[in-house]
Write a new protein. Structure first.
Lengths: 258, 332
């Protein structure tokens, strides 16, 4: 986990014995996993099993409430300031429509805020970062368009660009393909795949096991706060797992396949 | 496409403001020639009549400056509240800052206190109202931002009730008209002292709002999102709310209730420069000053008797806003 290890893959995220409870209701129960650089980890699981809570813990929102340990780039999230954490982890929310219509360029520029630090506004260096990020995410041609006036897929790619402009090498993505049409789902997933070649570590949640199979390096299946399975997609994603996660019967899956 | 980028719009507003400033000096019952303006501004009082110098320094210049300052503050507070509450309809009145200030001033007028004390009362009550609103909203369950707005409406209503009671017990021959006139909003009683007194809290509030203008953009996003971008959302939000309230209270305490500026000016400028506060904030400051200066010129020159400026901003603001919200949305 340091230069000493030379060629060894760097652990971007290390989660140990992570537990989280709302009052007495245990949402996450002693979870362990790691995420390396250049890897996509897909988190699978039905609604309300603690995926969002897990993400919030990784993003440092629940520092005072979770038990166990989360290290981001080798440093405990509890000891990392929000500004430093922002330089290491970027969050890509589901595409939404904000109150005010910003241009795509302004939206992406907001990602550079952690670089500015303290007061002040983005300058030439930050504008360059935003420009690069838009180019890499393929939204440069939309730069002057209003964010609320572009398609869902374009918005999602804008948010990816914003995360890239943030210069963090870990991306946490909340259902990046939700509410997208088929073409945009593929485009967004391909773009995410390309990012890992640049050394990004990506943790994303998805409701589509097929996306996990095609685009993820590893799958983390959680149900009722515990890890049901973790490993290579082709090994983890079995009919039995899908039945368990989504409360389906074997017959229902078989019928779906026909 | 937007009509202009920052520099042209800001430059245009700056030039217009300078022009309006000169014209405002000339306008008025006591004539001041354009040729004398230079002498007056440079302080060469020996070259003009003593009467002209007295009018200029004690009446006209303070009033022009105060109109600009109040306009700037109300517009800036409106734009800031809109961002921090993620609500394009937010205005300096929503937190009860204006109502609280009105109550304080009414009490001070009732007690026949001097002008400085009226200002102080307005200010203290305004800040007090905000403190109550923040405390109530903290205790309230549910969505916090909505809680603040609801608490603001409730506390405003309470403050208005107190003001009404003050008016009820006030002497209908002397005190009541004074309170009523003050409530309509007016810059007629401006003195050099009131300009100086208001300038300090206004500067204290405007400087952080200008410095944080980029960060206000991030406050318009969902809170969690802004946090992941390294912004200390709680601290920035608090500074923005307190600063906006400070400049609102300072404005209301010297000029009474002047509505609509905080809503109309930022909205018009959003159409011109977009929603990025980095561009919006400077033009809002200039635009607010220009708007209120022009309205105040109308207020003191249109009729033989002065029209309270609060009435005029409503007459101008309400139809303008109606037009604004029925416009087609800008194309992206």
């Amino acid at each position: 986990m340091s230069e000493l290890h030379g060629e060894v893959k760097y652990d971007r995220i290390r989660v140990e014995r992570l537990s989280f409870a709302y009052d007495t209701h245990l949402v996450l129960d002693a979870i362990n996993f790691t995420v390396h650089e250049g890897e996509v980890l897909a988190v699978l699981g039905p609604n309300g099993v603690g995926k969002s809570t897990l993400f919030h813990c990784l993003l440092g929102f629940n520092n005072k409430r979770f038990k166990g340990e989360i290290s981001i780039c080798g440093e405990s999230v509890r000891k990392t300031s929000p500004a430093t954490l922002a330089k290491r982890v970027a969050f890509v929310p589901q595409s939404h429509s904000p109150t005010f219509n910003y241009t795509v360029r302004d939206m992406v520029l907001m990602g550079t805020t952690a670089q500015i630090g303290g007061l002040g506004a983005p300058r030439a260096a930050e504008l360059k970062l935003a420009e690069d990020a838009m180019t890499r995410a393929g939204v440069l041609h939309l730069a002057e368009r209003g964010y609320t006036h572009i398609s869902g897929g374009e918005r999602q790619l804008t948010l990816v660009a914003r995360a890239m402009a943030q210069q963090a090498k870990i991306l946490i993505m909340d259902e990046p393909t939700a509410n997208l049409d088929f073409g945009n789902q593929i485009r967004v997933m391909r773009r995410i795949r390309e990012l890992t070649r640049e050394g990004y570590a990506v943790v994303l949640s998805t409701h589509n096991p097929e996306h996990a199979l095609r685009f993820a390096d590893r799958v983390l299946a959680i149900n009722r706060g515990t890890i049901v399975a973790i490993g290579a997609p082709s090994e983890v994603i079995t009919d039995a797992l899908i039945c368990e996660l989504y409360s389906l019967s074997a017959t229902e899956i078989a019928e779906y396949r026909q | 496409m937007r009509i202009g980028k920052r520099v042209p719009v800001a430059l245009c507003l700056g030039v217009l403001l300078c022009l309006a400033f000169i014209v405002s000096i000339v306008l008025g019952r006591f004539p001041i020639a354009v040729a004398d303006i230079g002498k007056l501004l440079l302080g060469r009082t020996s070259e003009v009549t003593p009467q002209m110098a007295a009018i200029f320094y004690n009446v006209r210049l303070p009033r022009i400056l105060l109109a600009c300052m109040v306009g700037c503050c109300l517009a800036t507070a409106g734009a800031s509240y809109q961002g921090v509450f993620r609500n394009p309809m937010a205005a300096p009145d929503i937190l009860g800052a204006s109502s609280g200030a009105a109550t304080g001033a009414a009490i001070a007028i009732l007690l026949e206190l001097p002008a400085q004390m009226v200002m102080l009362f307005a200010f203290v009550f305004s800040i007090g109202t905000i403190a109550v609103v923040m405390l109530v909203s903290r205790a309230a369950r549910g969505e916090r931002l909505l809680g603040i707005i609801l608490a603001g409406i409730m506390v405003s209503s309470l403050a208005n009730a107190v003001t009404s009671f003050v008016k009820l017990v006030a002497d209908p021959n002397s005190i009541l008209p004074e309170i009523t006139y003050w409530m309509m909003g007016s810059l007629a009683k401006t003195t050099p002292q009131s300009v100086m007194l208001a300038a300090i809290p206004m500067a204290i509030g405007l400087i952080p709002l200008f410095a944080l203008r980029w960060h206000i953009n991030l406050l318009t996003l969902p809170e969690n999102e802004a946090r992941t971008m390294g912004v200390n959302v709680g601290a920035v939000r608090l500074v923005v709310i307190v600063s906006s309230t400070l400049i609102t209270a300072a404005s209301v305490s010297v000029s009474g209730l002047i509505g609509w500026v905080g809503l109309v000016v930022p909205h018009l400028l959003r159409m011109l420069v977009g929603n990025n506060y980095r561009k919006l904030m400077p033009v809002t400051m200039l635009g607010g000053a220009l708007f209120l200066l022009i309205v105040d010129d109308i207020s003191r020159n249109l009729l033989l008797t002065e029209i309270p400026i609060g009435i005029l901003t409503s007459v101008v603001g309400a139809p303008f806003f109606l037009w604004l919200i029925t416009q087609k949305r800008e194309a992206g």
